[in-house]
Design a protein around this ligand. Structure first.
Ligand code: FRU
Length: 474
């Protein structure tokens, strides 16, 4: 599909957009598709004051078939503007999808690297695949809107021969004057790993090394992101095929990070233990960037591939969303995530409660933020909807998100946690982002309810103060 074909189909799809716009599950302060499907955030950057948020977008198909790069900009994370998509599968090397990629602001322009997906389909059937290419493609833009010609940089035969055909999602890391590019991969033995390329001034890319964890951790690692944060080097990635372990890794695919020790240049690198970034049902493929003020900001896909739970928005012409932008800080080897400061400007009317008052509160407006500060808390059960609760039990060292019927197949998720000091729950109609202990533990999930909901403490052993804000629309 090229831009002309896109424009034609866009015209034909007015009804789909109207259907989506009128859905009661639409979100107030999250990025979501006008119609169709969204997945990974791509090409995140700030250029000349403007934040560019591109994303995997399939505007005419709620189940996400052919992928383009959608485009939204903001100057303040409060007001957003949607633009026409920027990258279409109109090139021999990306004809079956402009897959995920990233951006580097340098030399007065934005430089993009992404994966062009090519499927070899059986001549008679467009669903039987006989092979594929995952191509590394570069392009650039002087304004974030108008793009240069696409250039093929590498294809599967240029990658190390022990890698499978699954090699995708490039992200650039710059250290000591050298450019490295990390790309998610699956090797011939079905072990997840990261291919590292080395380049000079974003050109002349060559294979440098392949990074593995000490022990096999899944069969494929998608969407890697390598960056320095508060003196450590962090590798974020999304491993697929990791078995459940105790109370964690219950999602079909994981998201999280390793700390990277050693020296990338001399290829002497080892990875720490893996830690989840988000313990909820709907979080995957996060990407981060450093903004012009030096903040490390991360946006994730509020969704996950291959899950067996559903989203009722599909009946109304759209599916999935992106998380709020989160600022990252690393302390004692742990990443803390908090919505960027600007999100506070979305706060409207507020009310404060003692723990005793905060029970069975009838709430009609499900676009709110709920902050609770705890003291000496041994246990609580906090209802967030009629049938959704967040519970903590100090004796078990666990925090639990229980979804009830409103989860549409989502049941329970846990995180290990010895103490709860504070929680910050963002409720946005059919979505939650829950930050515990200043963002040390995060749960992101979709949820589908109708009518007035009763929220508040059902149980509390400890002291708590609560504050609630209405949240405005972006
Ligand atoms: C992750 C992912 C990427 C790929 C993109 C395609 O969700 O599968 O690996 O580039 O989505 O939409």
């Amino acid at each position: 599909m090229n831009i002309e074909e896109f424009r034609e189909v866009w015209e034909e799809n007015k009804e789909l957009r109207e259907l989506a716009a009128n859905d009661k599950d639409r979100l107030n302060y999250h990025i979501m598709p006008t119609s169709g499907w969204v997945n990974d955030p791509n090409g995140l950057c700030q250029f000349k004051g403007i934040y560019h948020i591109y994303y995997q977008y399939s505007p005419f198909d709620v189940n996400g078939k052919l992928k383009l790069w959608g485009h939204i900009t903001t100057e303040d994370f409060i007001k957003y503007q949607e633009h026409e998509p920027v990258l279409y599968p109109d090139f021999r090397y990306d004809q079956n999808g402009v897959y995920s990629g990233s951006a580097v602001v340098r030399n007065g322009k934005i430089n993009y690297f992404y994966t062009g997906n090519v499927k070899y389909l059986d001549g008679d059937y467009d669903y039987i695949m006989t092979g594929r290419e995952q191509n590394l493609i570069a392009c650039s833009s002087e304004d974030g809107f108008n793009f240069s010609e696409k250039e093929l940089i590498m294809t599967n035969t240029d990658f190390p021969s022990n890698l499978s055909l699954h090699v995708r999602d490039p992200k650039v890391y710059h250290k000591n004057g050298i450019d490295y590019m990390v790309i998610g991969a699956r090797d011939d033995n079905s072990i997840g790993c990261i291919l590292v390329l080395k380049g000079k001034d974003l050109k002349d890319w060559e294979c440098h090394t392949v990074i593995y964890s000490d022990e096999k951790f899944g069969y494929m690692w998608e969407c890697p992101d390598l960056f320095d944060l508060n003196g450590e080097t962090v590798l974020v990635t999304c491993p697929q095929g990791v078995p459940e372990e105790g109370y964690i890794y219950k999602n079909v695919h994981q998201n999280g990070y390793f700390l990277v020790n050693g020296d990338l240049e001399s290829k002497d690198v080892n990875l720490s233990e893996f830690r989840l970034l988000d313990y909820g049902f709907d979080f995957y493929a996060p990407q981060s960037f450093e903004d012009e003020s030096g903040r490390r900001i991360l946006v994730g896909w509020m969704g996950i591939p291959d899950a067996d739970y559903t989203n009722r928005t599909t009946e109304n012409g759209w599916q999935h969303a992106l998380t709020m932008p989160r600022e990252l800080i690393l302390k004692n080897g742990i990443i803390y995530q908090r919505p960027v400061e600007e999100i506070k400007s979305l706060r409207g009317d507020n009310r404060t409660f003692t723990a005793d008052e905060f029970k069975n509160l009838e709430v009609e407006n499900l676009s709110f933020e709920l902050c609770a500060e705890f003291e000496k808390c041994n246990e609580f059960k906090l209802n967030l909807r009629n049938d959704i609760s967040l519970s903590f039990d100090k004796s078990k060292g666990l925090i639990e998100l229980n979804m009830g019927e409103s989860g549409c197949g989502r049941d329970v998720r846990y995180a290990y946690c010895d103490e709860v000091r504070n929680i910050d729950v963002y409720s946005d109609i059919s979505a939650f982002e829950i930050f515990i202990n200043d963002g040390e533990i995060v749960f992101t999930t979709r949820a589908y309810t109708d009518g007035i909901q009763k929220i508040g403490f059902e149980k509390l052993d400890g002291l708590a103060k609560v504050c609630m804000y209405d949240m405005k629309k972006i």
